[in-house]
Design a binder for this molecule. Structure first.
Ligand SMILES: [Mg+2]
Length: 290
């Protein structure tokens, strides 16, 4: 025990630490962007690591905040990179948004407005919800003429905001009018990541930037369903017979991946975006990570 913190709270992943981590874990939860791939490029060593862990009998699950794709589309992306991963082992924030509405008995006669991409629309439709917006509204413009009044669907009962490369003023106003003028309209964010590895060359604005814009215009905080919220973990536990204390969350962000692992009682492993340095941390040891 040092400085009142458990010993060892965190440290570099040495060969000994890696062995003891693998022995103490039945399942590894991997973030995707910046951990498995950057953009469409597989990170070096991922295929070999997955093969080794599977040979050792470890369960491998993917938990991503990127809402641009559905579980089906992610499974396709894994296959295109030479990795065999089934839809059931992929938990996305787009899926989380649909499951959140389902679990909360969102009325079937109400509609969902989407600020985001195809992944959110596909998951909502698969869950049986009527939804619109998304890429189609990316082409819509607003001309702010005198006395112009913006019309919106009064039957929208939820607005879901995720990463949207076609984010614009029209979508912001649509989301704003639904949230402020439709009684009881839910404001759901897939996640609040400030940035993400949308391409292998650099980082780009994340869903958190779109969420912040809508949140600012309505002066309200959203319900967050992706990491670090523990909502996805509840689903994961229902799907697999696993204990969180024997899981390890592997990610490249302290504020989402590592916090999600800590919030849900997992061991955590921070990878610095494909760089060689790796830090191992135990729950509640975030303050010791340098
Ligand atoms: Mg990441």
């Amino acid at each position: 025990m040092a400085n009142g913190l458990p010993d060892p709270p965190c440290g570099l992943l040495t060969a000994d630490a890696a062995r003891s981590l693998v022995d103490s874990v039945d399942a590894f939860l991997f973030d995707c962007d910046g951990v498995i791939w950057k953009g469409d490029k597989l990170i070096e060593g991922v295929r070999e690591t997955m093969e080794l862990l599977r040979k050792m009998g470890k369960k491998i699950v993917f938990v991503t905040n990127n809402s641009r794709k559905s579980r089906r589309q992610y499974s396709k992306k894994f296959r295109s990179l030479g990795l065999e991963v089934t839809e059931e082992d992929i938990f996305t924030s787009s899926f989380a948004a649909a499951m959140f509405l389902k679990l909360n008995n969102f009325p079937s006669e109400k509609k969902v407005y989407v600020v985001g991409e195809g992944g959110i629309l596909e998951e909502l439709k698969l869950a049986g919800f009527e939804c619109f917006g998304g890429p189609e509204d990316g082409k819509k413009n607003i001309i702010l003429e005198a006395d112009f009044h913006f019309e919106h669907d009064k039957n929208v009962g939820a607005v879901v905001v995720g990463l949207d490369q076609h984010f614009n003023y029209y979508k912001m106003q649509y989301a704003r009018t639904c949230i402020t003028e439709n009684p009881g309209c839910l404001f759901i964010a897939t996640n609040r990541d400030p940035t993400g590895h949308m391409t292998s060359a650099q980082e780009w604005p994340g869903a958190g930037t779109m969420v912040a814009a809508v949140s600012c215009s309505v002066q309200k905080e959203p319900i967050v369903v992706g990491k670090p919220s523990s909502f996805l973990m509840d689903f994961l536990l229902k799907s697999f017979n696993l204990e969180t204390s024997r899981m390890c969350m592997v990610g490249d962000r302290l504020d989402t991946d590592i916090l999600f692992g800590q919030n849900t009682g997992c061991k955590t492993l921070l990878v610095l975006s494909g760089q060689k340095l790796v830090v191992l941390s135990a729950p509640q040891s975030l303050s010791r990570v340098q």
